[in-house]
Design a protein around this ligand. Structure first.
Ligand code: NAP
Length: 389
Protein backbone atom coordinates (compact mmCIF):
# COMPACT_ATOMS: atom_id res chain seq x y z
CA UNK A 1 0.00 0.00 0.00
CA UNK A 2 1.23 3.45 -0.95
CA UNK A 3 2.06 5.85 1.82
CA UNK A 4 1.23 9.52 1.57
CA UNK A 5 3.18 11.99 3.63
CA UNK A 6 1.45 15.28 4.23
CA UNK A 7 3.82 18.05 5.18
CA UNK A 8 2.68 21.31 6.70
CA UNK A 9 4.40 24.50 5.60
CA UNK A 10 4.43 27.81 7.39
CA UNK A 11 4.37 30.75 4.97
CA UNK A 12 5.66 34.06 6.28
CA UNK A 13 3.22 37.00 5.83
CA UNK A 14 5.88 38.85 3.75
CA UNK A 15 5.93 35.93 1.28
CA UNK A 16 2.14 36.03 0.92
CA UNK A 17 2.41 39.78 0.21
CA UNK A 18 5.06 39.20 -2.49
CA UNK A 19 2.96 36.42 -4.02
CA UNK A 20 -0.05 38.76 -4.13
CA UNK A 21 2.05 41.45 -5.86
CA UNK A 22 3.30 38.90 -8.43
CA UNK A 23 -0.27 37.79 -9.12
CA UNK A 24 -1.38 41.39 -9.64
CA UNK A 25 1.39 41.85 -12.24
CA UNK A 26 0.66 38.52 -13.95
CA UNK A 27 -2.79 39.92 -14.63
CA UNK A 28 -1.20 42.20 -17.20
CA UNK A 29 0.71 39.88 -19.48
CA UNK A 30 1.35 42.57 -22.07
CA UNK A 31 3.86 45.25 -21.16
CA UNK A 32 2.64 48.85 -21.01
CA UNK A 33 3.39 50.87 -24.14
CA UNK A 34 5.63 53.77 -23.23
CA UNK A 35 6.62 56.93 -25.10
CA UNK A 36 9.68 59.14 -24.67
CA UNK A 37 9.51 62.87 -25.41
CA UNK A 38 13.02 64.16 -26.10
CA UNK A 39 14.06 60.61 -27.01
CA UNK A 40 17.08 61.75 -29.03
CA UNK A 41 18.71 63.79 -26.21
CA UNK A 42 21.09 62.76 -23.46
CA UNK A 43 18.35 61.78 -20.98
CA UNK A 44 16.07 60.37 -23.70
CA UNK A 45 18.86 58.04 -24.85
CA UNK A 46 19.39 56.94 -21.25
CA UNK A 47 15.68 56.06 -21.03
CA UNK A 48 15.96 54.03 -24.24
CA UNK A 49 18.94 52.08 -22.96
CA UNK A 50 17.63 51.57 -19.37
CA UNK A 51 14.18 50.43 -20.50
CA UNK A 52 15.58 47.61 -22.64
CA UNK A 53 14.14 44.42 -21.14
CA UNK A 54 12.09 46.23 -18.47
CA UNK A 55 9.57 43.76 -17.01
CA UNK A 56 6.54 46.09 -17.20
CA UNK A 57 7.30 48.82 -19.79
CA UNK A 58 8.15 48.69 -23.49
CA UNK A 59 9.20 51.71 -25.58
CA UNK A 60 6.80 52.02 -28.52
CA UNK A 61 6.84 55.76 -29.23
CA UNK A 62 9.76 58.18 -29.59
CA UNK A 63 9.40 61.92 -30.16
CA UNK A 64 11.73 64.90 -30.41
CA UNK A 65 11.99 68.22 -32.28
CA UNK A 66 10.93 68.99 -35.82
CA UNK A 67 14.59 68.40 -36.85
CA UNK A 68 14.39 64.71 -35.94
CA UNK A 69 10.75 64.07 -36.87
CA UNK A 70 10.17 61.66 -39.77
CA UNK A 71 13.57 59.97 -39.44
CA UNK A 72 14.10 56.50 -38.04
CA UNK A 73 15.49 56.64 -34.49
CA UNK A 74 18.80 55.33 -35.79
CA UNK A 75 19.04 58.11 -38.39
CA UNK A 76 17.99 60.76 -35.89
CA UNK A 77 20.77 59.90 -33.41
CA UNK A 78 23.43 59.15 -36.04
CA UNK A 79 26.76 60.49 -34.77
CA UNK A 80 25.23 61.40 -31.38
CA UNK A 81 24.35 58.09 -29.72
CA UNK A 82 26.19 58.53 -26.41
CA UNK A 83 25.28 55.34 -24.59
CA UNK A 84 27.61 52.38 -24.24
CA UNK A 85 26.41 49.53 -26.45
CA UNK A 86 24.19 49.64 -29.50
CA UNK A 87 20.70 51.12 -29.80
CA UNK A 88 18.40 48.41 -28.36
CA UNK A 89 16.80 46.15 -30.95
CA UNK A 90 13.33 47.20 -31.96
CA UNK A 91 14.02 50.89 -31.30
CA UNK A 92 16.35 51.68 -34.20
CA UNK A 93 13.56 51.56 -36.79
CA UNK A 94 10.87 53.42 -34.83
CA UNK A 95 9.95 56.63 -36.65
CA UNK A 96 10.65 59.71 -34.52
CA UNK A 97 7.54 61.85 -34.20
CA UNK A 98 7.30 65.58 -33.57
CA UNK A 99 6.73 65.80 -29.80
CA UNK A 100 4.59 68.93 -30.33
CA UNK A 101 1.99 66.87 -32.22
CA UNK A 102 0.27 65.11 -29.32
CA UNK A 103 -2.19 63.32 -31.59
CA UNK A 104 0.62 61.08 -32.89
CA UNK A 105 1.08 59.55 -29.45
CA UNK A 106 -2.54 58.60 -28.81
CA UNK A 107 -2.61 55.19 -30.43
CA UNK A 108 1.02 54.44 -29.77
CA UNK A 109 1.62 54.69 -26.04
CA UNK A 110 -0.13 54.61 -22.66
CA UNK A 111 2.09 57.10 -20.83
CA UNK A 112 5.19 59.17 -21.62
CA UNK A 113 8.48 60.05 -19.99
CA UNK A 114 9.27 63.69 -20.72
CA UNK A 115 12.95 64.57 -21.29
CA UNK A 116 12.41 67.69 -23.41
CA UNK A 117 14.77 70.62 -23.50
CA UNK A 118 12.59 73.53 -24.56
CA UNK A 119 11.52 76.86 -23.09
CA UNK A 120 9.92 76.25 -19.71
CA UNK A 121 6.51 77.69 -20.63
CA UNK A 122 6.39 75.67 -23.86
CA UNK A 123 7.33 72.47 -22.02
CA UNK A 124 4.71 73.12 -19.32
CA UNK A 125 2.01 73.67 -21.95
CA UNK A 126 2.98 70.60 -23.95
CA UNK A 127 3.11 68.30 -20.89
CA UNK A 128 -0.37 69.57 -19.91
CA UNK A 129 -1.61 68.86 -23.43
CA UNK A 130 -0.47 65.21 -23.16
CA UNK A 131 -2.21 64.90 -19.77
CA UNK A 132 -5.38 66.42 -21.23
CA UNK A 133 -5.30 63.82 -24.00
CA UNK A 134 -5.28 61.05 -21.35
CA UNK A 135 -1.54 60.37 -21.58
CA UNK A 136 0.07 60.55 -18.09
CA UNK A 137 3.43 62.37 -18.06
CA UNK A 138 6.37 61.30 -15.89
CA UNK A 139 8.66 64.27 -16.33
CA UNK A 140 12.34 65.06 -15.88
CA UNK A 141 11.95 68.68 -16.89
CA UNK A 142 11.73 71.60 -14.50
CA UNK A 143 8.53 72.97 -16.10
CA UNK A 144 6.09 71.70 -13.45
CA UNK A 145 8.35 71.26 -10.43
CA UNK A 146 6.77 74.29 -8.74
CA UNK A 147 3.19 73.57 -9.71
CA UNK A 148 1.58 73.00 -6.32
CA UNK A 149 -0.72 70.15 -7.40
CA UNK A 150 2.09 68.28 -9.19
CA UNK A 151 4.10 65.89 -7.00
CA UNK A 152 7.92 66.12 -7.18
CA UNK A 153 8.93 62.61 -6.22
CA UNK A 154 11.86 60.76 -4.75
CA UNK A 155 10.01 57.49 -4.03
CA UNK A 156 12.14 56.68 -0.96
CA UNK A 157 11.15 60.03 0.59
CA UNK A 158 7.72 61.26 -0.44
CA UNK A 159 5.74 58.48 -2.16
CA UNK A 160 2.65 59.80 -0.30
CA UNK A 161 2.74 62.91 -2.51
CA UNK A 162 1.10 60.89 -5.30
CA UNK A 163 -2.09 61.35 -3.26
CA UNK A 164 -2.24 64.84 -4.79
CA UNK A 165 -2.97 63.35 -8.25
CA UNK A 166 -6.77 63.10 -7.78
CA UNK A 167 -6.81 66.82 -6.80
CA UNK A 168 -4.66 67.67 -9.84
CA UNK A 169 -7.04 65.79 -12.14
CA UNK A 170 -10.02 67.61 -10.64
CA UNK A 171 -8.36 71.06 -10.77
CA UNK A 172 -7.40 70.67 -14.41
CA UNK A 173 -10.22 68.55 -15.79
CA UNK A 174 -7.80 65.74 -16.59
CA UNK A 175 -9.55 62.42 -16.98
CA UNK A 176 -6.92 59.64 -17.14
CA UNK A 177 -3.90 61.87 -17.65
CA UNK A 178 -1.80 63.59 -14.95
CA UNK A 179 1.72 64.97 -14.45
CA UNK A 180 4.36 63.77 -12.01
CA UNK A 181 7.90 65.20 -11.90
CA UNK A 182 11.23 64.31 -10.43
CA UNK A 183 13.56 66.86 -8.88
CA UNK A 184 16.72 68.35 -10.34
CA UNK A 185 19.58 65.86 -10.82
CA UNK A 186 21.76 67.34 -8.03
CA UNK A 187 19.12 66.79 -5.32
CA UNK A 188 19.45 62.99 -5.33
CA UNK A 189 23.11 63.17 -4.28
CA UNK A 190 22.26 64.44 -0.80
CA UNK A 191 18.52 64.32 -0.05
CA UNK A 192 17.99 60.65 0.84
CA UNK A 193 20.80 60.55 3.47
CA UNK A 194 19.41 63.74 5.03
CA UNK A 195 15.84 62.44 4.99
CA UNK A 196 16.96 59.16 6.59
CA UNK A 197 18.17 61.16 9.62
CA UNK A 198 15.00 63.26 9.75
CA UNK A 199 12.87 60.11 9.61
CA UNK A 200 14.60 58.91 12.78
CA UNK A 201 13.49 62.10 14.56
CA UNK A 202 16.58 64.30 14.15
CA UNK A 203 15.61 67.87 13.47
CA UNK A 204 17.83 69.64 10.97
CA UNK A 205 17.62 73.43 10.88
CA UNK A 206 20.30 74.33 8.34
CA UNK A 207 21.83 72.59 5.30
CA UNK A 208 24.84 74.01 3.50
CA UNK A 209 25.63 72.32 0.16
CA UNK A 210 28.45 72.73 -2.35
CA UNK A 211 27.88 70.68 -5.50
CA UNK A 212 30.43 69.50 -8.08
CA UNK A 213 28.32 68.51 -11.04
CA UNK A 214 29.17 66.32 -14.01
CA UNK A 215 29.31 67.48 -17.62
CA UNK A 216 26.49 65.17 -18.80
CA UNK A 217 24.14 67.22 -16.61
CA UNK A 218 24.30 69.94 -19.25
CA UNK A 219 23.07 67.67 -22.07
CA UNK A 220 25.07 67.33 -25.29
CA UNK A 221 27.35 69.00 -26.34
CA UNK A 222 27.18 70.90 -23.05
CA UNK A 223 30.23 72.89 -21.95
CA UNK A 224 32.98 73.25 -24.56
CA UNK A 225 36.07 71.12 -23.92
CA UNK A 226 38.38 74.17 -24.01
CA UNK A 227 36.33 75.76 -21.23
CA UNK A 228 36.23 72.73 -18.92
CA UNK A 229 39.52 70.83 -19.47
CA UNK A 230 41.88 71.52 -16.57
CA UNK A 231 39.15 73.66 -15.06
CA UNK A 232 36.02 74.01 -12.90
CA UNK A 233 33.27 76.51 -13.60
CA UNK A 234 31.64 78.02 -10.51
CA UNK A 235 28.30 78.71 -12.19
CA UNK A 236 25.40 76.63 -13.51
CA UNK A 237 22.43 78.73 -14.52
CA UNK A 238 19.49 78.38 -12.09
CA UNK A 239 21.09 75.50 -10.21
CA UNK A 240 21.54 77.15 -6.82
CA UNK A 241 17.90 78.19 -6.68
CA UNK A 242 16.77 74.63 -7.55
CA UNK A 243 19.10 73.09 -4.96
CA UNK A 244 17.86 75.42 -2.22
CA UNK A 245 14.13 75.26 -3.00
CA UNK A 246 13.27 71.79 -4.30
CA UNK A 247 14.02 69.91 -1.03
CA UNK A 248 11.42 72.09 0.72
CA UNK A 249 8.67 70.80 -1.56
CA UNK A 250 9.89 67.20 -1.35
CA UNK A 251 9.78 67.40 2.46
CA UNK A 252 6.42 69.19 2.38
CA UNK A 253 2.93 67.95 3.27
CA UNK A 254 -0.33 67.74 1.35
CA UNK A 255 -2.95 70.01 2.87
CA UNK A 256 -6.30 71.02 1.32
CA UNK A 257 -5.38 69.69 -2.10
CA UNK A 258 -2.04 71.44 -2.37
CA UNK A 259 1.56 70.63 -1.45
CA UNK A 260 2.79 72.94 1.33
CA UNK A 261 6.56 73.39 1.52
CA UNK A 262 8.50 72.45 4.62
CA UNK A 263 9.14 75.44 6.89
CA UNK A 264 11.91 76.14 9.39
CA UNK A 265 14.70 74.67 7.26
CA UNK A 266 17.37 76.96 5.76
CA UNK A 267 19.30 75.68 2.74
CA UNK A 268 22.33 77.38 1.17
CA UNK A 269 24.10 76.13 -1.93
CA UNK A 270 26.94 76.83 -4.35
CA UNK A 271 27.00 74.83 -7.58
CA UNK A 272 30.04 74.10 -9.74
CA UNK A 273 30.43 72.36 -13.11
CA UNK A 274 33.29 69.86 -12.89
CA UNK A 275 35.47 68.02 -15.38
CA UNK A 276 33.74 64.65 -14.79
CA UNK A 277 31.51 62.86 -17.32
CA UNK A 278 28.85 61.38 -14.97
CA UNK A 279 28.18 61.59 -11.22
CA UNK A 280 27.17 64.64 -9.19
CA UNK A 281 28.95 65.19 -5.86
CA UNK A 282 27.53 67.20 -2.94
CA UNK A 283 29.64 68.38 0.02
CA UNK A 284 27.13 68.87 2.82
CA UNK A 285 27.15 70.53 6.25
CA UNK A 286 24.19 69.91 8.56
CA UNK A 287 23.22 71.97 11.60
CA UNK A 288 20.82 70.16 13.94
CA UNK A 289 18.50 71.80 16.42
CA UNK A 290 19.05 69.96 19.67
CA UNK A 291 21.75 67.34 20.10
CA UNK A 292 23.76 66.06 17.16
CA UNK A 293 23.37 62.35 16.50
CA UNK A 294 26.58 60.41 17.07
CA UNK A 295 28.54 59.35 13.98
CA UNK A 296 27.92 55.68 14.88
CA UNK A 297 24.20 56.38 15.00
CA UNK A 298 24.23 58.14 11.60
CA UNK A 299 26.16 55.29 9.97
CA UNK A 300 23.73 52.80 11.47
CA UNK A 301 20.72 54.76 10.17
CA UNK A 302 22.20 55.02 6.68
CA UNK A 303 23.19 51.37 6.48
CA UNK A 304 19.73 50.21 7.54
CA UNK A 305 17.65 52.72 5.58
CA UNK A 306 14.93 51.15 3.46
CA UNK A 307 11.67 52.62 2.14
CA UNK A 308 8.61 51.81 0.04
CA UNK A 309 10.45 51.08 -3.26
CA UNK A 310 12.55 48.47 -1.42
CA UNK A 311 9.47 46.99 0.32
CA UNK A 312 7.66 46.74 -3.01
CA UNK A 313 10.82 45.39 -4.67
CA UNK A 314 10.33 47.74 -7.61
CA UNK A 315 12.57 46.65 -10.50
CA UNK A 316 14.65 49.87 -10.40
CA UNK A 317 14.79 50.17 -6.59
CA UNK A 318 18.32 49.81 -5.24
CA UNK A 319 18.49 47.16 -2.50
CA UNK A 320 20.59 49.60 -0.47
CA UNK A 321 19.48 53.14 -1.30
CA UNK A 322 22.34 54.62 0.78
CA UNK A 323 25.81 53.09 0.62
CA UNK A 324 28.18 54.23 3.35
CA UNK A 325 31.85 54.23 2.28
CA UNK A 326 34.38 53.91 5.09
CA UNK A 327 37.45 54.61 2.94
CA UNK A 328 38.90 58.07 3.53
CA UNK A 329 38.98 58.91 -0.19
CA UNK A 330 35.43 57.90 -1.17
CA UNK A 331 32.89 58.51 -2.66
CA UNK A 332 34.48 59.20 -6.05
CA UNK A 333 32.50 59.69 -9.29
CA UNK A 334 34.49 57.10 -11.23
CA UNK A 335 34.31 54.41 -8.54
CA UNK A 336 30.90 54.99 -6.98
CA UNK A 337 28.46 56.44 -9.54
CA UNK A 338 27.43 52.97 -10.78
CA UNK A 339 26.64 51.56 -7.32
CA UNK A 340 23.42 49.53 -7.45
CA UNK A 341 23.27 50.13 -11.24
CA UNK A 342 23.50 53.88 -10.71
CA UNK A 343 20.44 54.04 -8.43
CA UNK A 344 22.10 54.32 -4.98
CA UNK A 345 23.55 57.36 -3.21
CA UNK A 346 27.09 56.78 -1.94
CA UNK A 347 28.11 58.72 1.16
CA UNK A 348 31.40 59.14 2.98
CA UNK A 349 33.79 61.61 4.66
CA UNK A 350 31.40 61.74 7.62
CA UNK A 351 32.74 63.83 10.48
CA UNK A 352 31.89 66.35 13.15
CA UNK A 353 33.36 69.86 12.85
CA UNK A 354 32.46 72.18 15.72
CA UNK A 355 28.63 72.25 15.85
CA UNK A 356 28.07 70.69 12.39
CA UNK A 357 27.95 67.24 10.85
CA UNK A 358 29.71 67.00 7.49
CA UNK A 359 29.45 64.40 4.75
CA UNK A 360 29.94 63.98 1.00
CA UNK A 361 27.24 62.37 -1.14
CA UNK A 362 27.38 61.19 -4.74
CA UNK A 363 24.83 59.87 -7.23
CA UNK A 364 24.67 59.16 -10.94
CA UNK A 365 23.06 62.22 -12.53
CA UNK A 366 21.69 60.65 -15.71
CA UNK A 367 20.55 57.43 -13.97
CA UNK A 368 19.30 58.15 -10.42
CA UNK A 369 19.19 61.88 -11.17
CA UNK A 370 17.33 61.53 -14.47
CA UNK A 371 16.10 58.49 -16.43
CA UNK A 372 16.47 55.85 -13.68
CA UNK A 373 14.71 58.16 -11.21
CA UNK A 374 11.90 58.71 -13.74
CA UNK A 375 11.51 54.95 -14.26
CA UNK A 376 11.34 54.40 -10.48
CA UNK A 377 8.58 57.04 -10.29
CA UNK A 378 6.67 55.23 -13.04
CA UNK A 379 7.09 51.89 -11.26
CA UNK A 380 5.68 53.40 -8.08
CA UNK A 381 2.66 54.79 -9.99
CA UNK A 382 2.18 51.42 -11.70
CA UNK A 383 2.06 49.46 -8.44
CA UNK A 384 -0.27 52.02 -6.88
CA UNK A 385 -2.79 51.58 -9.72
CA UNK A 386 -2.37 55.01 -11.35
CA UNK A 387 -1.87 53.52 -14.81
CA UNK A 388 -4.92 51.26 -14.61
CA UNK A 389 -7.47 52.76 -16.97
P1 NAP B 1 19.36 67.36 -24.57
O1 NAP B 1 20.43 66.34 -24.67
O2 NAP B 1 19.62 68.74 -25.08
O3 NAP B 1 18.05 66.77 -25.33
C1 NAP B 1 16.91 67.57 -25.58
C2 NAP B 1 15.79 66.78 -26.25
O4 NAP B 1 14.67 67.69 -26.43
C3 NAP B 1 16.13 66.26 -27.65
O5 NAP B 1 15.46 65.05 -27.88
C4 NAP B 1 15.57 67.34 -28.59
O6 NAP B 1 15.23 66.85 -29.87
C5 NAP B 1 14.29 67.70 -27.83
N1 NAP B 1 13.85 69.05 -28.22
C6 NAP B 1 14.56 70.20 -28.22
N2 NAP B 1 13.79 71.23 -28.67
C7 NAP B 1 12.57 70.72 -28.94
C8 NAP B 1 11.36 71.26 -29.45
N3 NAP B 1 11.22 72.56 -29.74
N4 NAP B 1 10.30 70.44 -29.60
C9 NAP B 1 10.39 69.11 -29.29
N5 NAP B 1 11.54 68.54 -28.82
C10 NAP B 1 12.61 69.32 -28.64
O7 NAP B 1 18.87 67.56 -23.06
P2 NAP B 1 19.01 66.51 -21.83
O8 NAP B 1 20.26 66.70 -21.08
O9 NAP B 1 18.66 65.15 -22.31
O10 NAP B 1 17.86 67.04 -20.84
C11 NAP B 1 16.49 66.81 -21.13
C12 NAP B 1 15.64 67.32 -19.97
O11 NAP B 1 15.97 66.58 -18.78
C13 NAP B 1 15.89 68.79 -19.64
O12 NAP B 1 14.67 69.39 -19.30
C14 NAP B 1 16.85 68.75 -18.47
O13 NAP B 1 16.74 69.88 -17.65
C15 NAP B 1 16.36 67.49 -17.74
N6 NAP B 1 17.38 66.80 -16.90
C16 NAP B 1 18.61 66.51 -17.39
C17 NAP B 1 19.52 65.82 -16.57
C18 NAP B 1 20.90 65.43 -17.03
O14 NAP B 1 21.66 64.91 -16.20
N7 NAP B 1 21.28 65.65 -18.29
C19 NAP B 1 19.14 65.44 -15.31
C20 NAP B 1 17.85 65.74 -14.84
C21 NAP B 1 16.98 66.41 -15.66
P3 NAP B 1 16.25 66.98 -31.14
O15 NAP B 1 17.32 65.96 -30.92
O16 NAP B 1 15.38 66.67 -32.29
O17 NAP B 1 16.78 68.38 -31.14
Amino acid sequence: MEKFIIKSYTIKPSKIYKLAISLIFMERIEKMKVGILGATGMVGQKYISLLEGHPWFKVTYVAASQNSAGKTYQEAVKGRWHMTGEIPRGIENLIVENANDVSRSLENCEFVFSALEMKKEETAKLEEEYAKQNIPVVSNTSAHRWTNDVPMLIPEINPKHIDIIPFQKKNRNFDKGFIVVKPNCSIQSFMTPIYALMKEGYNIQEIDIVTQQALSGAGHPGVSSLDILDNRIPYISGEEEKTEREPLKILGEISNGTIINREGLEIYSQCNRDNVTDGHTACVKLKFSGNNPSLENIIDIWKNFKALPQELELPFAPKHPIIYREELDRPQPKLDRDSEDGMAVSVGRLRIAKDKILFIGLSHNTIRGAAGGGILNAELLYTQGYFKF
